[in-house]
Ligand binder design. Structure first.
Ligand SMILES: Cc1cc2nc3c(=O)[nH]c(=O)nc-3n(C[C@H](O)[C@H](O)[C@H](O)COP(=O)(O)O)c2cc1C
Length: 379
């Protein structure tokens, strides 16, 4: 890891008017990339840090929970939001509200979600198969966004028989998207197996006038440089690798700037980060929700460290700050960061058939809007 340095000198990544240096984007993750987690990550390195997915219809209907999720920190620049939608009109209306009311500086869109409740309605990774509908969504959203950059995130396709990424990339480019990101898996793969980075290289060849960002299986700074090197992508999007490891953004920044890797934190330092994460969540969401929320991060923060099962259970069932301090006091603060914890982390799941609306694959040029959109933001 010590020798990790940037091997390529590429022009700076620009997304609309924003120079993104280092060329690193925190992947939108429902239930994870709220204002507290983004703030924590941003303290380690620069980049773009995308909010949790927001449902276009919930914006249009000004759903109170969704409006709360759309909170940004004072120092977030650009404020980056991701929208989910299946209807060009609703998406455009949501973008108009966001841009018109100055609620964000960058709008991304989610065409990669593999979850059954989403694809069943023709949303997420199912949607780009309907290329005319996809085209209309991007066109109307870009128009509504005006000078605000609108970007598009998608997967390779539905499954190995239905790849959509090259068409999706070309359509997004032609309709004025400011950048595209590819999670190099099919929806059928979910998070299993390995991302196929050769598809990122293929997309980079097909889409030539806007940045192409690569996504999938970056778990270390070395992985990020290797992706850029192997695919020629203009930037990287990092998701699961930073779960319980927000300082990864410091490691990424150092690597892209050709600086030596910072020393990873020992267990005492990790505990301090975890404590700060909890405080930030309390500030944003209040005590009870924060306590429920931080529990899911515990196993990621403690991954690979020598922590007994009873102590781990205590962290996983946390209910107060006093209790957290008690538990932290019982940790071996000098335990070094385990090498094993620099590999894959977060959900992997297993592959499976993608649930689609009846007859979805019959006609890719059918641009009928699928049934009513979900109101539930945050996946
Ligand atoms: C918990 C979780 C929630 C996610 N939520 C979203 C989402 O709301 N929108 C989206 O486009 N992708 C979402 N993703 C996918 C990630 O943005 C990313 O594409 C994927 O995790 C692959 O990148 P990685 O290998 O770096 O994790 C989510 C992933 C995870 C693990």
């Amino acid at each position: 890891m010590e020798g990790v340095t940037a091997t390529l000198s590429k022009p700076a990544l620009k997304i609309g008017p924003y120079e993104v240096d280092p060329p690193v984007v925190l992947a939108p993750m429902a239930g994870i990339t709220n204002v507290a987690f983004r703030q924590l990550c941003q303290e380690y390195g620069a980049g773009i840090y995308v909010c949790e997915m927001i449902t276009a219809r919930a914006v249009v209907e000004r759903h109170p929970g969704t409006m709360h999720m759309m909170t940004f920190g004072e120092h977030e620049k650009p404020r980056s939001m991701q929208l989910y939608g299946v209807d060009p009109k609703t998406m455009a209306e949501a973008v108009r509200i966001i841009v018109g009311e100055g609620l964000a500086d960058h709008v991304d869109s989610n065409f990669g979600c593999p979850v059954a409740k989403v694809t069943r309605k023709g949303g997420g990774a199912a949607l780009p198969f309907k290329r005319k509908l996809f085209e209309a969504i991007v066109r109307e959203s870009v128009k509504a966004a005006g000078d605000t950059p609108f970007t598009v995130k998608f997967r390779i396709g539905i499954d190995d028989d239905h790849h959509t990424f090259l068409d999706a990339g070309r359509i997004a480019e032609a309709e004025g998207a400011a950048a595209v990101s590819l999670h190099a898996r099919t929806a059928a793969q979910r998070y299993s197996g390995q991302a196929d980075w050769t598809k990122i290289a293929a997309l980079k060849e097909a889409v030539t006038s806007i940045p192409v960002l690569g996504n999938g299986d970056i778990f270390s700074a070395a992985d990020a440089l290797r992706m850029v090197d192997e695919t020629g992508c203009d930037g990287v999007v990092v998701g699961r690798g930073c779960l319980g490891r927000p300082w990864l953004f410091g490691e990424l920044e150092a690597a892209f700037q050709g600086r030596p890797q910072p020393t990873p934190p020992n267990l005492g330092e990790v505990a301090a980060v975890l404590r700060r994460h909890t405080e930030l969540l309390i500030e944003h969401d209040g005590h009870d929700k924060a306590m429920r929320d931080i529990r899911k991060h515990m196993a990621w923060y403690l991954m690979g460290f020598p922590v007994g099962s009873e102590l781990r259970r205590g962290f996983a069932m946390l209910s107060s700050m006093d209790q957290l301090d008690d538990l932290i006091a019982q940790l071996d603060h000098d335990a070094p960061f385990p090498e094993a914890a620099t590999g894959p982390r977060g959900r992997q799941g297993s592959p499976g058939k993608v649930t689609l609306p009846h007859g979805w694959l019959d006609d890719p040029d059918d641009d009928c809007v699928p049934e009513a959109e979900d109101m539930h933001s945050g996946g």
